[in-house]
Design a protein around this ligand. Structure first.
Ligand SMILES: CC(C)(COP(=O)(O)OP(=O)(O)OC[C@H]1O[C@@H](n2cnc3c(N)ncnc32)[C@H](O)[C@@H]1OP(=O)(O)O)[C@@H](O)C(=O)NCCC(=O)NCCS
Length: 270
């Protein structure tokens, strides 16, 4: 049975993350659910949560699908496809024009069968170190400035201020006039992102400041089409560790400025 995800399901959803070796924490699930309470779904077999998916809408121009996970004992039975169909109908009922996602090699064929088309490949980058046992955002109430949000709009091509403000509340935020960046804790590694800047020098300073805040392993997902970000990651000692493919379905009224996007906010949300 496919049904909406509730707060009570989060421990089971988190267990699927741990089994799959994903980096998200309970706070990541809670944020996704609070932002889109009617658009997150689980596959429930006799009370057991065996699959999850989330949607994140940025107005009606664009939405992201993420957190697609199926318990490995229940794969190849059409569960991911059923979860995708629930997400797609929800987003279409909400009149969302364009839907994107960032696919792993395992997920890509499932999405292709549903009509998603590849829109560029990219990598997760990682830099080794000891993960900090505990890290709390130094400025938990920090918010982005109106100029940051304006820049994000030209970078991402749609208004995602509601989402970014929630993310900022759980992140370390560095904010300047023409750039901003965030970093937050993860289960396996610190997560660097999003980083939005209109030039590479500012991006470099933001990344250097975020990395200087903590030691430990760090993940950095660089979206397709930003070769400066790739060079920056290499210069900071990061290496590519995971292949991802951006995919989309639906009319694309959004035209993002990829050279302003130096780091994703998460593969599940773009
Ligand atoms: C990717 C993932 C979500 C797919 O879940 P799933 O429930 O196995 O997906 P589906 O069953 O809908 O489809 C998978 C395959 O099973 C096939 N299938 C579906 N129903 C079937 C059935 N009843 N009998 C046999 N095969 C079936 C599908 O045709 C598909 O075939 P393919 O190998 O050609 O792609 C799962 O592998 C997973 O959680 N992977 C780890 C996390 C991950 O990478 N998630 C994707 C993030 S983008």
């Amino acid at each position: 049975m496919i049904r909406t995800l509730t707060d009570n399901d989060i421990p089971s959803a988190l267990a699927l993350c741990r089994n799959a070796g994903w980096n998200q924490l309970q706070t990541d699930w809670s944020r996704l659910l609070a932002y889109e309470p009617d658009g997150c779904f689980v596959a429930d077999i006799d009370g057991q949560i065996v699959g999850t998916v989330t949607t994140t809408r940025y107005g009606t121009d664009l939405a992201w699908i993420g957190m697609m996970l199926v318990d490995d004992r229940f794969r190849r039975r059409g569960i991911a496809t059923a979860l995708m169909n629930a997400s797609l109908s929800y987003l279409r009922d909400c009149d969302v024009a364009c839907i994107k996602l960032d696919a792993t090699p395992l997920g890509q064929p499932v999405y292709e069968r549903l009509g998603f088309q590849p829109d560029g490949s990219f990598h997760r980058w990682s830099r080794d170190g000891d993960i900090l046992p505990q890290w709390n955002p130094e400025r938990p109430a920090n918010r982005l400035s109106p100029l940051n949000l304006q820049l994000d709009r030209s970078a991402f091509s749609t208004d995602r201020r509601g989402w970014l403000n929630r993310l900022a509340a759980d992140s370390h935020v560095v904010s300047r006039n023409n750039c901003f960046g965030m970093a937050r804790r993860g289960f396996l590694a610190n997560y660097l992102g999003p980083v939005i800047a209109d030039n590479k020098q500012e991006a470099k300073q933001i990344v250097a400041e975020l990395l200087s805040q903590r030691s430990g392993q760090t993940f950095w997902d660089i979206p397709p089409g930003n070769s400066e970000a790739v060079r920056l990651a290499e210069s900071f000692g990061f290496q590519p560790v995971r292949d991802l493919t951006r995919m989309r379905i639906g009319a694309t009224s959004v035209s993002p400025t990829m050279q302003f996007q130096f780091a994703l906010s998460d593969p599940g949300t773009g």
